[in-house]
Write a new protein. Structure first.
Length: 615
């Protein structure tokens, strides 16, 4: 209802004669509301009345009050109008109540003839009105008209509206409008202020994961030469140029969908990284990896890093105090990272350190162990695959130029020269980071047949016996799963959430001690895999033959396998292992054929929930 006075017409039926009700009062004819004729007096809009609510007001003689509510077809409503001084005198202070109910308006605004009415309710008594358990004939905005008998009396009343059939009267809320790229461009300051929930950030991140990016949004670049390509904007190319990248894709999901959304990529989706921008032979080939469950992996890396750095710092303090060199065997969560020697002056010999950089930061993301956080991993993905730069990366470039990474344009805020600034807001970066951290976890799906299950159990034992579990550690224990997504630019508080509560199903659970057993089948450590698996050159400062141990959870649905997708099957993946894994590979080859099959059958149970593959 609008706030202005509503015009009402009385339509006389039954030959124009008013009937008489049981208490001798003349029954007013049916009332029609079409917005064209006058009501005897005026009907004043009083706004919306909620279910379970009531309104108290004073009605003047000769008028009525209109209240609207949203109703659902099939719901049963009860409306009561109780006068403060009900003596049926019908004068200026003793209100003789009268109720009408009108249905939703049509396209022209007419509500038509009343759907029901009541003058004197048998339960409440004379002068009091009630419409009881009326079944709503449609879904939409209904109108209650609260007035007096023949609009001849006045006084105070209380109007109430209840749903007599539970919650069936209330229509479901309309679906939210489809999210757009412009609508996803949230500000980090609004996240800092608590305006978003983890589910809302997940939905925005999900949109960004599936969205097809356009040049108008900042996709690609308009650089006239290297590090850009030879083509006009958006300058798409298959082979990356060094750290600058492509762009080589239009969205995330097209390359991360093997086995379900967030899965690995097919062989045709392989990336051609760190090339010369032209020749395939110049590039390093990479299979897009599965990304589900990575929120738990990131937290493991954070805890392992803190543990290793604490051991280093303790050794520094001990060396300074004792003025003697300290040799420290670095180990965390059962994973050995070699040793360091700390001198009293604070210098460190890292020559016997293995599997991690000298900063002792465990970097679980990327085939080489390149990134420590999903935030930086996602930022790199936006840059190299879409040519879209985040606000934090632009701020970094403007402070300390990195033209071979972001572009050589003269304006530091638009180094790729496409005329679009702030291509990815920091709020969007936070949203995609929260999205990645709250994706479902892989699961183990054991066969229901007893004989098949027994073979899988035997295969799991063989997996350990041949030495695969030495690097593919079956489980690492996460002490505290609480995630803190820290902003880069605003100095706001971290956005906190708990994946054991907030991640999508299936998700991992805390044990009775509050810890989480993460059965990822990885030690999150780099290993030398030998010349046969080596890249043609070093990338990200990591030697060609060195790779991080990829987690095996979910491996059953992530074919093809290995860093470049060279292995079409799980058995092929096992037998191409080399370097530090050569002994385990040879032990696998030495197994009887049926035992080899059992081990592969065990790996086939490391999968993902079929019911949630596209969540």
């Amino acid at each position: 209802m609008k706030a202005h006075t509503i015009r009402i017409v009385l339509a006389l039926l039954f030959g124009g004669c008013a009937s008489q009700n049981t208490d001798g009062k003349d029954e007013p004819p049916p009332l029609t509301l079409d917005g064209k004729a006058d009501f005897p007096g005026s009907l004043v809009s009083k706004g919306t009345l909620a279910f379970g609510g009531n309104a108290t007001d004073t009605l003047a003689a000769g008028g009525g009050h209109g209240y609207t509510f949203q109703g659902q077809q099939g719901g049963k409503v009860t409306i009561t109008m109780v006068a403060a001084h009900p003596q049926c005198i019908g004068d200026a202070t003793h209100l003789d109540t009268f109720l009408w109910l009108f249905g939703p308006p049509n396209a022209s605004g007419s509500r038509g003839t009343e759907r029901t009415r009541n003058d004197d309710d048998t339960t409440l008594g004379s002068c009091q009105s009630a419409i009881r358990s009326f079944t709503l004939p449609a879904t939409g905005e209904f109108l209650i008209v609260a007035s007096s008998y023949q609009q001849s009396s006045a006084g105070q009343y209380t109007l109430s509206l209840v749903c007599a059939s539970g919650t069936d009267c209330v229509p479901p809320p309309p679906p939210p409008p489809p999210l757009t790229f412009e609508g996803s461009r949230i500000a980090q300051s609004d996240i800092d202020a608590g305006h978003f929930t983890v589910n809302q950030l997940f939905e925005i991140g999900d949109f960004l994961f599936e969205h097809d990016y356009t040049a108008e949004e900042g996709y690609g670049n308009a650089l006239p030469g290297l590090p850009g390509g030879p083509n006009p904007r958006p300058n798409i190319r298959r082979v990356h140029f060094g750290a600058f990248g492509g762009p080589d894709a239009g969205n995330c999901v097209s390359c991360h969908n093997g086995g379900g959304k967030g899965g690995a990529g097919e062989f045709a989706n392989n990336l051609l990284q760190a090339g010369d921008g032209d020749s395939w032979l110049s590039a390093v080939e990479r299979q897009p990896m599965q990304i589900i469950g990575d929120g738990y992996v990131q937290q493991l890396g954070i805890e392992m890093t803190a543990d290793l750095q604490r051991q280093r710092d303790d050794a520094k303090a001990a060396a300074a105090s004792s003025q003697t060199a300290q040799t420290v065997n670095l180990s965390t969560k059962g994973v050995d990272f070699g040793s360091i020697v700390v001198q009293p002056n604070g210098t460190i010999d890292f020559s016997r350190l293995t599997g991690v950089d000298t900063d002792l930061v465990v970097k679980p993301f990327g085939w080489k162990g390149r990134d420590a956080s999903l935030r930086r991993f996602a930022e790199g993905g936006f840059r190299v695959h879409f040519g879209m730069l985040t606000q934090p990366l632009i701020a970094k470039h403007c402070a300390t130029p990195i033209p071979q990474v972001v572009g050589t344009g003269p304006d530091c805020h638009d180094p790729d020269m496409d005329g679009v600034v702030d291509e990815i807001t920091e709020g969007q970066l936070t949203a995609i980071s929260v999205y990645l951290a709250t994706l479902q976890a892989p699961v183990r799906i054991n066969p229901t047949d007893p004989n098949a299950f027994m073979r899988v159990q035997q295969g799991e034992n063989l997996f350990s016996q041949v030495g695969c579990a030495g690097c593919h550690a079956p489980a690492l224990v996460l002490n505290d799963p609480l995630h803190q997504e820290k902003p880069d630019l605003t100095n706001g508080a971290p956005f906190r959430f708990d994946p054991t509560v907030d991640a999508k199903e299936p998700r991992l659970a805390r044990g009775s001690d509050g810890k989480v057993r993460v059965e990822l089948y990885s030690d999150l450590k780099r290993h030398d895999m030998g010349a046969s698996l080596a890249d043609p050159k070093a990338t990200f400062g990591v030697a060609p033959s060195v790779f991080i141990t990829r987690p095996l959870w979910g491996v059953a649905v992530t074919s093809p396998y290995m860093h470049d997708g060279r292995a079409p099957s799980l058995r092929d993946a096992v037998v191409v292992h080399d370097g530090e894994a050569a002994q385990s590979r040879d032990s696998f080859r030495a197994l009887a054929g049926d035992d080899q099959a059992k081990l592969i059958e065990f790996l086939g149970t490391l999968s993902r929930d079929p019911a949630h593959r596209n969540d």
